[in-house]
Write a protein that binds this ligand. Sequence first.
Ligand SMILES: Cc1cc2nc3c(=O)[nH]c(=O)nc-3n(C[C@H](O)[C@H](O)[C@H](O)COP(=O)(O)O)c2cc1C
Length: 282
Amino acid sequence: MTITIAQSIEQRFGVSPGEGVHDAPERPGEPALVRILERRTHRRYRDEPIDEALVETLLACALSASSKSDLQQASIVRVRSEEKQARIASWLPAMPWIGEAPLFLVFCGDNLRLRRAAALRGKPFPNDNVDMFMNAAVDAALAMQTFTLAAEAAGLGCCPISEVRTHIERLTELLALPAGVFPIAGLCVGWPQRAGYVSMRLPPALAVHEDAYDAAGVEEKIEAYDRRRDARYRIPPDRQREVDRFGAADFYGWSEDKARQYSRPARPGFRDYLRRQGFALE
Ligand SMILES: Cc1cc2nc3c(=O)[nH]c(=O)nc-3n(C[C@H](O)[C@H](O)[C@H](O)COP(=O)(O)O)c2cc1C
């Protein structure tokens, strides 16, 4: 069954897009727009390989992502060794999809090449700062998302894995990441076993601002979102986080879940790791 842009927006946000433009029939590029609106993470894959020509095409798509100042600070490590993939999976037993994915990639921010180019051309390199780090991280994220959208267009499903950063030292050693290179996330890729579902997002009214940022009514809009999302798919009681610390909640919505998730520091050693990896972060 073909789904329209209006239907897919409603599915994505749980709110109607309203009358007008979204209902226009046969908008140019409609199938591609609907595919993006309907995109979803896939964590279960059929036991079926991805042919080599397709993998190469998708990697080429990833490297076609836009890049800050054409500095091209993204690299991709394709984990071909089954032993290495199994090792990474063994660090994260709660995510069996890492070991099961027919293709596993690690996307990295990378300014090794810029540093080498500076040395090659005998130029100073005074940009070892937070801005440069962010540019590399953004390039890597754009490459990962471009890969993902291309893979989804080809019928594949993907799941990013930032949890690999919980084991960043081991990963860096396993993949021999040199100074100037840091992983942003892994990516599982495979033929989806199931249809999956569209995860409801915060509404455009909260995340899109016109001319100036508007934080009015954020709390009420978050609460309304919690309720809409809960009505579509409730987080089961056994998935509540930190029950020992915060108790079991009668109503456990998205904001309760995210507040609990971020009530503990996440990867506090990351800056020290980056420094060891050669980033001054000035
Ligand atoms: C940078 C990034 C890191 C992620 N890391 C993980 C991860 O470690 N494990 C996992 O199962 N999913 C991971 N995800 C998937 C998210 O949980 C998923 O995108 C989110 O729940 C929204 O669902 P959707 O992509 O289906 O819309 C990650 C997603 C992104 C963008």
